[in-house]
Each structure stands twice: as structure tokens, then as C-alpha cells.
Design a protein around this ligand. Structure first.
Ligand code: ADP
Ligand code: MG
Length: 353
């Protein structure tokens, strides 16, 4: 793909890789083996071990080690996207990787007991809420689950088959049937996210599936009214503030942030699965490979981005490419037992660059 040092270039997907620390089980099971991933963050490089004497080296926009804090991950991966959303653009942050490698840890952790544990969704909302005006601006959110090409409303479970509507003139996509909640405070948002998570657990129990088999999609619509001279006028100067308001109408800036916790990328082995599991696997493969094709097309500056192939890519249509900013975080674990999955995750990330 095209590599640019200027990351504001449109269409460019920024790709970061994050390595999860070894867990308790791996400390025992992998004790006699070397980790299959070695990071060189100063060179933004990842080495994937092939065998005892050889490894492949890959470069990313950012390489986040086991000790990278949630705060740092947010700043590197999501903050630039959030800033452009506040400026009136659309943007996407998504996490891709095998189940158990830290997608939800990275995006969805609430950090109730310990605020340093907060993930990208919570930090993004904190940033957005602290940059808007309570009286003239608005922040509205929807929270959806996409499972087997069906969109469910995590804020209102009765709503379990939502359609995507596309504006023929602007090409903007929307889900008019989805619950849209006006968020005023951080507390409002935390309550809603908790409710959404509870609904997600209930819905997946009913469908007899794991949450790792579906995509969770948080959409944040930000509407701000800004005046050109806003920054130049001291707020205590009533007269000039008044003048500027009467002479120049405020400009409305609308941006949309989409945060996507993707379904686990692991291949379900067709030989071992049948019926429901096989259909699930096919559906996940369909949406993830459609996503892969779209981000490859973006990386190659191709005029044709095949968004029509899945609901996931149709939903994201106006949130990547064009003036939208996209960040992809690929998550991997250190265990040599998952080397093949880790390799395929890394290649997915590489194809986006
Ligand atoms: P996924 O959503 O990709 O299936 P999770 O986010 O649920 O993975 O993470 C799996 C487990 O690993 C969880 O117990 C989580 O707390 C832990 N974990 C993931 N990433 C990290 C990390 N960077 N540091 C510490 N623990 C992590
Ligand atoms: Mg998860």
C-alpha cells in the first residue's frame, strides 16, 4: 500500500499492534517454550518467531508492548480519531484479533473500580464530553450488536432486526430504528454501557452463542455549533460576543465516531463444526473478509471500496475512507501454541497499511 508520513492523508488506515501479557495458564503451559512474538517498539517492529533460529519481521504504525498502559493505547490509537470527530469528521476505531487477545480489554473496559483500567470507549466519551458545550451541542449514542448478518439494538433488545438505510444523495448510512440516547454526563454513559453489556449477555444466551462470535458497535454522534471567532473573543466581553453572534451564524459540525469490537478472528475448523456453529463461522468469515477487502482497497488508494459485501462494511461505509479517519488495533498473545492465528492476525494488519 501507499505509505505516507502525514497521517492526516485521507483514506489512510493507521494500524497498531498490541501484545497481551502472558496469562496464568500460559505461564505454566508455555514455561519451556519461547514466546512467539518479540516487540521492538523503538523501531515499531514486531518479530514473529518461525522456529528456533528464524523469525519474520513486520512494521506497524505503532507497537504497544505488554506494559503499555490503557491511557497510552488510547492516546496513540484513538485520540487523533476523536479529535477529528470533534472537528466534524467521521472516524472509526476497531480491534481485530483472536478471542482472548484483548480486544474488549482495549476497547470496552469500564474501569469502575480503577479508572486507569478504562478502555477506549470510556476514554473517548470522556474526551468528547469535556470538549462540548452543554447548552448548544449534543452527543447521541447507539450501541449495536451484529450477529450473523442481523443487527440487534443493545439499548433495546426488542429491536432485534434493524435495517441499514443509506441516503442516496450523500451516501450517509444510518440505522433509524436504533435507539439513540442523548448523553449529558459521564455517569449517563457508564450506565448505558452497563445496560448494553447486560443486554448483550442476555441476547447471546438466548441465541446460544458467545459474545466473541458477534461484533459490538458503539456509534457516537457529535453535533457542535462553533463560531469562527469563538477562540478570539474573551468570554467576559459581552459586547463583542454579542456582536459576533449577530453578525455570524454559528457553524454546525457533525461528526460520527464508531468503535467496533470485532468478532474473534480465529478460523473455525469446518471439519469439526456443523449446523449452527458452521453457519456462525461462515458469517464471521464473510464480514471479516469483507472488512479486510475494504481496508486493503483503502490502503491501495483504490477508487472501488467494496462496502456492499457485508452488513459490517455497509454500516462502516461513511466512517472510513474519504475524509474519515480510521485506526485499526490488532491484538495478539505471546503463546507459541497460537502462532498460526497470531500470524494471520498480523497479516490482516499488514494488508491495511
Ligand atoms: P477478547 O475480547 O479479544 O476476546 P479480552 O479483552 O476478553 O479478549 O481479554 C482476554 C483476557 O486477557 C481478559 O481476562 C483480559 O483481562 C486479559 N487481558 C487482555 N489484554 C490485556 C492486557 N493488555 N493486560 C492485561 N490483561 C489483559
Ligand atoms: Mg471480547
Amino acid at each position: 500500500g501507499v505509505r505516507d508520513s502525514d497521517d492526516s492523508v485521507s483514506g489512510r488506515v493507521r494500524v497498531a499492534v498490541r501484545l497481551r501479557p502472558q496469562n496464568a495458564e500460559e505461564m505454566v503451559a508455555d514455561a519451556d517454550f519461547a514466546d512467539c512474538v518479540e516487540l521492538q517498539p523503538e523501531f515499531k517492529r514486531l518479530k514473529l518467531r518461525k522456529n528456533n533460529w528464524d523469525s519474520d519481521t513486520y512494521e506497524f504504525d505503532e507497537v504497544l508492548t505488554e506494559s503499555a498502559s490503557q491511557k497510552r493505547v488510547y492516546e496513540v490509537v484513538a485520540k487523533p480519531v476523536v479529535e477529528s470527530v470533534l472537528d466534524g469528521y467521521n472516524g472509526t476505531v476497531m480491534a481485530y484479533g483472536q478471542t482472548g487477545t484483548g480486544k474488549t480489554f482495549t476497547l470496552g473496559r469500564l474501569g469502575d473500580e480503577d479508572t486507569s483500567a478504562r478502555g477506549i470507549m470510556v476514554r473517548a466519551m470522556e474526551d468528547i464530553l469535556s470538549n462540548i458545550s452543554r447548552d448548544s451541542d449534543s452527543v447521541m449514542i447507539s450501541y449495536l450488536q451484529l450477529y450473523m448478518e442481523t443487527i440487534q439494538d443493545l439499548l433495546n433488545p426488542i429491536n432485534d432486526n434493524i435495517s441499514i438505510v443509506e441516503d442516496p444523495k450523500t451516501g450517509d448510512v444510518s440505522v433509524p430504528a436504533a435507539t439513540l440516547v442523548d448523553i449529558r454526563t459521564h455517569h449517563d454513559f457508564m450506565e448505558l454501557l452497563r445496560l448494553g453489556e447486560a443486554h448483550r449477555v442476555a441476547a447471546n444466551t438466548k441465541l446460544n452463542t458467545e459474545s466473541s462470535r458477534s461484533h459490538a458497535i458503539l456509534m457516537v454522534h457529535v453535533k457542535r455549533s462553533v463560531t469562527d471567532m469563538e477562540s478570539e473573543i474573551p468570554s467576559d466581553n459581552y459586547h463583542s460576543l454579542h456582536m459576533s453572534k449577530s453578525s455570524k451564524p454559528p457553524i454546525i459540525r457533525k461528526g460520527k465516531l464508531v468503535v467496533v469490537d470485532l468478532a474473534g478472528s480465529e478460523r473455525v475448523h469446518k471439519s469439526g463444526s456443523e449446523g449452527h456453529t458452521l453457519e456462525e463461522a461462515k458469517s464471521i468469515n464473510l464480514s471479516l473478509s469483507a472488512l479486510g477487502k475494504c481496508i486493503n482497497a483503502l490502503a491501495e488508494n483504490s477508487p472501488h471500496v467494496p462496502v456492499r459485501d457485508s452488513k459490517l462494511t455497509r454500516l462502516l461505509k461513511d466512517s472510513f475512507g474519504g475524509t474519515a479517519r480510521t485506526s485499526l488495533i490488532v491484538t495478539v498473545g505471546p503463546s507459541p501454541r497460537h502462532r498460526a492465528e497470531t500470524s494471520s492476525t498480523i497479516l490482516f494488519g499488514q494488508r491495511a497499511m
